[in-house]
Design a protein around this ligand. Structure first.
Ligand SMILES: C[S@@+](CC[C@H](N)C(=O)[O-])C[C@H]1O[C@@H](n2cnc3c(N)ncnc32)[C@H](O)[C@@H]1O
Length: 250
């Protein structure tokens, strides 16, 4: 679903940051928690040398034709394009897509993860950087989307996706929220949030943070398997997920 201008908080954030060099992203959670992003929009436009070590390491696993899912301001897609990869970006934010174009990304379009289909062609690498495993939203939706991504993936394709382990916290507010989530049948890290910037705000959406064990159980039986996990110094990690060439896994 394409965002309306007043809903395009992320797009306005990166667009203003590109023009004025400032801006503050706020993530609002349904329990009222307001979380000003510590890294800020600078990290969405950062050059490779400023990326976190685990993100830089993950670039070794990129091969062939690349789809950057939720490409944001295009930092990863642009890095790969400069290195000669055939890379396409998609994002649900019209303004983020405009920012990518202004920054020189050749193939980028407004499209939601749920709209990815064979019309885009087939890809050897599917990227979900900047915690974008979260775009899977929930356990069920993640498994549905993984099966859809299987259709656009080449035979030995990889998904390279970042997540954050929600259990690596001692904050009582997060722990209480996780408990409420479990009590209503949601995953602990299935956070209902909206992104705000100035007067812009996205609709509420589910964003999924998972432990490595939870990721394994989500991926099992979808035609994908976890090939490698790349740790960071904090709760974030990147999973390199490989397509399994099996029949009858559905
Ligand atoms: C945290 S940013 C990450 C951007 C980029 N991958 C990076 O690492 O710098 C998340 C991005 O996902 C996009 N997004 C959110 N929901 C989406 C959806 N359903 N389909 C595609 N993109 C989406 C947002 O507009 C935003 O650009």
């Amino acid at each position: 679903m394409m965002l309306k201008n007043r809903q395009d908080a992320y797009g306005h954030l990166v667009s203003d940051y590109l023009k004025k060099g400032r801006g503050q992203e706020i993530v609002e959670r349904e329990d009222g928690l307001l979380d000003p992003s510590r890294t800020g929009p600078a990290c969405y436009l950062a050059e490779f040398r400023s990326w976190a070590a685990h993100e830089r390491k993950a670039m070794r696993f990129v091969k062939g034709r690349v789809l950057d899912i939720g490409c944001g301001a295009g930092r990863v897609a642009l890095y790969l394009q400069k290195r000669g990869f055939d890379v396409s970006g998609i994002d649900s934010s019209p303004l983020a897509v405009k920012v990518c174009k202004l920054r020189g990304l050749k193939d980028v379009r407004v499209l939601s993860i749920s709209e990815i289909g064979v019309k885009l062609g087939r890809f050897d690498t599917l990227l979900m950087f900047g915690n974008n495993f979260g775009l899977f939203g929930s356990f069920r939706r993640a498994r549905w989307l993984l099966r859809r991504l299987y259709q656009v993936a080449s035979d030995d394709a990889r998904i390279i996706a970042e997540s954050t382990d929600p259990y690596k916290t001692r904050d009582p507010i997060h722990l209480a929220y996780q408990k409420v989530n479990r009590s209503r049948g949601r995953m602990s890290g299935q956070v209902r949030i909206r992104v705000r910037y100035r007067t812009y705000m996205t609709p509420w959406f589910d964003y999924l943070l998972v432990s490595k064990r939870e990721m394994r159980s989500i991926v099992a039986g979808t035609g994908w398997c976890i090939e490698r996990l790349i740790d960071s110094a904090g709760p974030q990690y990147i999973a390199v997920v490989r397509k399994k060439l099996e029949t009858g896994f559905f």
